[in-house]
Ligand binder design. Structure first.
Ligand code: FAD
Length: 323
């Protein structure tokens, strides 16, 4: 059954986030040959629409309004609902990001829709769209479908591969006017805690430090390794609680959930709450002094040793290999 599927594009630092391209790929599956419509909510005209098309969108609706300069649930919610009203899609896909986690349930509640959140895969079986999502902190997976109404889902970054970019694709780009009023939230300033480096939730490589790094300075060799691999630095709650790093780096049940291609855990014991945030990583490397550490059974490669010896050695070897 061909469907029209709307994809909310996420913009950061004037660029589209990767999860947007993954959402378009998911929308293609849901659309079953129907139309995939990208939606850009922003305060200014941009050239991002063509990139959405290059990654698979058939058409793009751009909304420009000065109240859409920064994300607010209020402002984006109002704009989103007006586009929904006009477009009447049969499917909606967005990233399971901070923005998606905030906005999607509000839209679903307002429209009285079902919502499947944090999907890691999508398929169509007998015309029924089925999403896979992790449950019990990633220990099991369940398959969900929406039997009636709009197929609405948020997708976990780094799980559904984006389509290959095709710069020759063309599609209509239209401007849609919205009215935004009575905003209850005004963003005055944004203070970034992690301004440098790769975004943790979208990183393909993560080098994570635990209490075993012993100090804030102990993170330096990890940062060096992450830099060589083009990755991001993450942390266990143990390291955050000990004030070795900021809580924005925390991975786990009460931190970020990540699925990089490569996760290197350094001085992390492997508590169940930490595993909840990273156990679905594609390849896990664990470096720990304790051969009995809980991280080893879930690791693809384990190195029993002192991280302060092992990590610089790895960095040197990767430097040689990657030149
Ligand atoms: P530790 O358990 O102290 O482990 C440190 C490890 O470093 C040890 O295995 C040690 O052998 C190794 N080590 C020490 N020195 C070296 C060295 N030189 N070289 C190599 N290895 C070395 N935790 C999270 O991470 N994320 C969460 O989201 C989270 N949420 C939680 C929610 C709740 C409700 C609760 C109760 C707990 C939560 N925790 C979370 C905390 C979790 O239970 C653990 O306490 C925490 O993950 C431990 O952090 P750690 O592995 O860094 O520290």
């Amino acid at each position: 059954m061909a469907r029209k599927v709307l994809v909310l594009a996420e913009i950061r630092d004037n660029a589209l986030r990767n999860v947007t391209f993954e959402a378009i790929a998911a929308a293609k599956t849901v659309a079953e040959g129907g139309e995939v419509v990208g939606m850009l909510l922003s305060d200014r005209a941009s050239n991002l629409a063509s990139e959405l098309i290059a990654y698979g969108a058939d058409r793009v609706v751009t909304v420009e309004h000065d109240q859409l300069c920064h994300y607010t649930a209020d402002g984006f919610g109002q704009a989103f609902l007006q586009v929904l009203e006009a477009e009447k899609p049969e499917g909606i896909i967005m990233g399971h990001t901070a923005l998606g986690k905030d906005l999607a349930p509000k839209i679903a509640a307002k429209m009285e829709l079902g919502l499947i959140s944090d999907a890691t895969a999508v398929e169509v079986v007998d015309e029924q769209v089925i999403f896979t999502r992790p449950i019990y902190s990633g220990k099991a997976f369940e398959k969900n479908s929406i039997s009636d109404g709009i197929v609405f889902a948020t997708i976990r970054p780094n799980n559904i591969p984006a389509l290959v970019k095709d710069g020759t694709r063309t599609g209509e780009v239209s401007l849609f006017n919205v009215e935004i009023k009575d905003l209850r939230t005004i963003i005055k300033e944004i203070v970034r805690k992690t301004s440098e480096g790769v975004d943790l939730s979208e990183a393909k490589v993560i080098v994570a430090g635990g209490r075993g790094v012993k100090s804030a300075d102990g993170f330096e060799p990890l940062k060096e390794l992450a830099k060589v691999l083009g990755g991001a630095v993450g942390a266990s709650r143990g390291a955050c609680d000990a004030e070795y790093c900021d809580y924005s780096l925390q991975i786990g049940q009460t931190g970020k959930v990540v699925t990089p291609d490569l996760y290197i855990a350094c001085g992390v014991s492997g508590a169940i709450q930490h595993l909840a945030g990273m156990s679905n990583s594609k390849v896990i490397v664990a470096i720990n002094k304790d051969p009995e550490a809980n991280i080893f059974p879930i690791a693809d490669y384990g190195i029993v040793g002192d991280l302060f010896e092992v990590v610089p050695l790895l960095t040197e070897e990767f430097k040689k290999a990657l030149v």
